[in-house]
Ligand binder design. Structure first.
Ligand code: SF4
Length: 285
C-alpha cells in the first residue's frame, strides 16, 4: 500500500472527497453477486464493485438505477465504493463458484479512475483465481484494464470487452465527455488482444460515425476478432442502452436515426460479417 493510497483511503473513510470531477464515498453493500436478468439473463451473475460511474456517458442506462433523482441528474460526478465487496465475495469460498458466468460490470465501469489506487476489481479477480472457477466477461472503457493482464492470463475462460462507439472524437466528446478517448481505448484493447486474451469490441451503442468504411478498418486493425453492436435506444428505463433526455435530444439534432444506423451497420457488416447484434451478441461465454 503506497502513501498516496493510505492518505486517500483515510480521507475517504472520514469524509466524502473528490477525485478529479468525481465525489467519492464508501458504502457497504448487502450483496455482491446479482442474478443475471433481462439483458444479462444469459449470465449467472453480474458484479459491480462500484456504483455510479466517473465516465458519465450521457446516454447511460445505468443512471436510471441511481437511488435518488439528484444522483441521476449528477450521473458521472459520483462513485460509491463498495468497501465490503471482497469480504462479501469471500463468503463464497465455502461453496466455490464453479463454471458460473459473471459479467463485470453491468451498471458501472469496473476500471474507475479510483481503481488505480484501491484495486477493488483487481482483488476480486485474484479472489476468483484463488478460490473459484468462473467464466468472466469484463466490460470497460478504461485503459487501466491493461494493468490486470497478468491476472487475466490465469483464467481459463475470460473475455475483455472494450466499448468504442464512434470514429469521431467530436461525437465522442458530445456523448462521452468524461471518458477516455477512442484512440486510448483502441490502444488498450489492441494490447489485450496481443497478450492472447480473448478481446471483444462493443460498439454499444453505435453513435454517429464520419466514415463507416474507415471505422471498420480501424476496428479490424486492433486484431480483435469479436465485435458486438447495438443501436442507440430511446426507450427510457429499459435494461438496454436506454437513452437519457439530453442524449436523445442531441441524437435528433445530429439527424441520427434507425435508418442511419441500418445503413452504417450494413457497411460495418461488409467488413465484419459475423458481428454480434444486440442481446444475442452479449450472450454469456
Ligand atoms: S462507462 Fe458504462 S456505466 Fe459508465 S457511464 Fe458510460 S455506459 Fe454508463
Amino acid at each position: 500500500m503506497n502513501d498516496l493510497f493510505s492518505t486517500l483511503e483515510t480521507q475517504i473513510e472520514t469524509k466524502k472527497i473528490k477525485l478529479g470531477h468525481t465525489d467519492l464515498e464508501y458504502a457497504n453493500a448487502s450483496s455482491i453477486l446479482t442474478e443475471g436478468k433481462g439483458f444479462m439473463d444469459t449470465y449467472d451473475y453480474t458484479l459491480n464493485p462500484y456504483s455510479g460511474c466517473s465516465f458519465g456517458c450521457n446516454y447511460c442506462y445505468a443512471a436510471f438505477f441511481s437511488y435518488t433523482k439528484e444522483k441521476m441528474d449528477n450521473w458521472g460526478y459520483w462513485v460509491k465504493i463498495k468497501e465490503n465487496a471482497l469480504n462479501l465475495l469471500m463468503k463464497f469460498r465455502k461453496k466455490p463458484l464453479l463454471n458460473k458466468t459473471i459479467y463485470l460490470s453491468s451498471v458501472t465501469d469496473p476500471y474507475q479512475p479510483i481503481e488505480k489506487e484501491l484495486e477493488m476489481t483487481r482483488n476480486i479477480l485474484q479472489e476468483f483465481i484463488d478460490y473459484h472457477k468462473v467464466r468472466l466477461v469484463i466490460q470497460t472503457r478504461s485503459p487501466l484494464v491493461t494493468r490486470d493482464i497478468d491476472l487475466f492470463k490465469k483464467f481459463e475462460t475470460i473475455q475483455i470487452n472494450m466499448t468504442v462507439t464512434t470514429d469521431s472524437e467530436d461525437v465522442r466528446k458530445i456523448f462521452e465527455p468524461l471518458c477516455p478517448s477512442n484512440k486510448i481505448r483502441l490502444k488498450a484493447i489492441t494490447e489485450i488482444q496481443q497478450s492472447n486474451i480473448n478481446a471483444c469490441i462493443t460498439i454499444t451503442p453505435l453513435l454517429p460515425v464520419i466514415d463507416a468504411h474507415e471505422f471498420s478498418k480501424i476496428l479490424l486493425e486492433t486484431g480483435v476478432k469479436k465485435f458486438i453492436i447495438q443501436p442507440f435506444h430511446g426507450e427510457k428505463g429499459k435494461f438496454v442502452a436506454g437513452t437519457r433526455e439530453e442524449a436523445s435530444k442531441i441524437i435528433k439534432e445530429l439527424n441520427w436515426d434507425n435508418e442511419k444506423y441500418q445503413q452504417t451497420l450494413t457497411i460495418i457488416q461488409s467488413y465484419i460479417p459475423d458481428i454480434g447484434i444486440g442481446k444475442d451478441g452479449f450472450t454469456a461465454i
